[in-house]
Design a protein around this ligand. Structure first.
Ligand SMILES: [Cu+2]
Length: 118
């Protein structure tokens, strides 16, 4: 009786290029929320943000009104001041080192801030 030869051929399949990184690892997991603009102070109702700011001598600081039309002003202790306004911007350039305190004359010291010039 002849024995049938079973020939088993094992195919080894190489799925070589399986799931090789396609380089699409997008780092979009970070939510960026409105970074503060350099040398800018936001004028909102009853506060300046940031209330304290340090800048180098010669820097121009911009105050940007985001008060929804409510009037405020930036009035420095040395007398320099912005118009009283409900929107827009105001700028002051600080050429001399020192601390410059300011407030809104409508809302008083509760709405105050300072610029430190170095
Ligand atoms: Cu005010």
């Amino acid at each position: 009786m002849r024995i049938a030869h079973s020939v088993l051929i094992a195919f080894t399949t190489f799925s070589a290029a399986a799931a090789t990184a396609c380089g699409s690892s997008s780092s979009s997991g970070t939510v960026i929320t409105d970074p503060p603009v350099a040398n800018t102070v936001i004028v909102s109702n009853d506060k300046f943000t940031p209330s304290s700011l340090q800048v180098a001598a010669g820097t121009t600081v911009t105050w940007t009104w985001e008060s929804g039309g409510t009037s405020h002003n930036v009035t420095f202790d040395d007398g320099v001041h912005s118009p009283t306004q409900g929107g827009g911007t105001y700028t002051r350039t600080f050429s001399t080192a020192g601390t410059y305190a300011y407030h809104c004359t409508i809302h008083g010291t509760i709405m105050s801030g300072n610029i430190t010039v170095q």
